[in-house]
Design a protein around this ligand. Structure first.
Ligand code: GRF
Length: 205
């Protein structure tokens, strides 16, 4: 049997997207394994989730490194140690430079809680509410040097309701994140994502 694709998940917080990916692997939906979960925050719940499942859980604390490049070098070292094929950003709250992006060309995915290119950056759900958008959603994309600008893999719209708060909208979007992130990873693992410029084509099976 072919060696399974190894995922390296980078997460700063709660880790609910990590959980949805682990669930999809455990149910046989995605044929891959999570080799390591890395956080920049020692207290991240994502590390606890990984450790509870005997998955390598590593903290690479930005404060321990003099420069961004040293920090990114440390991240890359861990990803190499665990032989990671695809890097999954799941609520990783740090910008990565081209130094990191070039180490894994078209092999880094991110999920963002809006329909990009609308509302990139922080507090995307609040941005959508303040703007008066009637529809928002979530986007899985490949990561490039920009902020939430990389090639779009999957998107799912979600209605914005008149009485929404940032929290209620975030919760509605999060439910969809948990569907499309595993789906996008499944497509990658199956070799069905083909990049043409910034267009991601989904190849049929
Ligand atoms: C999600 O809303 C994701 O879109 C954003 O950060 C949040 C992470 O949530 N990038 P979790 O840690 O996966 O629960």
């Amino acid at each position: 049997m072919a060696k399974p694709i190894v995922l390296g998940v980078l997460a700063s917080g709660r880790g609910s997207n990590l959980q949805s990916i682990l669930d999809a692997i455990n149910s046989g939906e995605i044929s891959a394994e999570v080799g390591v979960v890395i956080s920049d925050k020692p207290e991240a719940n994502a590390l606890k989730r990984a450790a509870d499942l005997n998955i390598a859980a590593v903290c690479v604390d930005r404060k321990q490194y003099k420069s961004q490049q040293d920090f990114e070098q440390a991240l890359i070292k861990q990803l190499q140690l665990y032989k990671v094929d695809l890097v999954i950003l799941a609520g990783f709250m740090r910008i990565l430079s081209s130094y990191f992006v070039n180490a894994y060309p078209n092999k880094i995915m991110n999920i963002h809680p809006s329909l990009l290119p609308a509302f990139p950056g922080k507090n995307a759900q609040q941005q959508a509410l303040l703007y008066g958008a009637k529809v928002s959603g979530c986007t899985v994309h490949f990561v490039d040097e920009g902020m939430d600008t990389g090639p779009i893999i999957l998107q799912q719209p979600v209605p914005v309701l008149a009485d929404d708060t940032p929290e209620s909208l975030a919760a509605r979007i999060l439910q969809q994140e948990h569907m499309i992130y595993p789906q996008a990873i499944k497509f990658f693992v199956e070799g069905r994502l083909q990049l043409e410029g910034r267009l991601v084509k989904l190849l049929s099976k």
